[in-house]
Design a protein around this ligand. Structure first.
Ligand code: 5GP
Ligand code: ZN
Length: 126
């Protein structure tokens, strides 16, 4: 019963900002930007590679709903970074699959070009 020890398996006890049959969304406790949201499968799965097609679809649908709600409530949001760290070498620290939805605003980074390419220092610009 490893699932009971997983902090994100306790999704039902969190302040959800959205959910559907297979996925739940809540705010990140250490947000990269205001509104940083995590979208998780309700079932314990370690990375996106362990998701079913249905879970993948549910997560993407919920992410879109969350993004639209965030944008509607905050006109300063001009875009998003959306993605998952899969595996410790890719930076994953919580081993229950989660997608980061990170609102972006003009001026929040001196050189935003490249976005997620910045996971390796110096590789964002091309
Ligand atoms: P990872 O590094 O695995 O991709 O991301 C883990 C994320 O979970 C981090 O952004 C971190 O801030 C967030 N996090 C860690 N513990 C908690 C928690 O107890 N509650 C919430 N809401 N977020 C958490
Ligand atoms: Zn879990």
């Amino acid at each position: 019963m490893t699932e009971t020890k997983c902090i994100f398996c306790g999704w039902a006890n969190r302040a959800l900002v959205g959910e559907n049959a297979l996925a739940a969304a809540f705010r990140d406790a250490f947000p990269v930007s205001e509104g940083h949201t995590l979208i998780v499968p309700k079932r314990h799965a370690v990375t996106f590679l362990d998701l079913t097609e249905e879970e993948t679809g549910a997560i993407f649908a919920l992410a879109r709903e969350c993004a639209e709600a965030l944008r509607k409530g905050d006109a300063s949001i001009g875009g998003f970074n959306f993605g998952a760290n899969a595996g410790a070498c890719a930076g994953q620290t919580v081993f229950h699959c989660h997608f980061h939805l990170i609102p972006r605003r003009d001026g929040d980074h001196p050189h935003p070009r490249g976005g997620v390419r910045a996971v390796i220092p110096g590789k964002a610009a091309y």
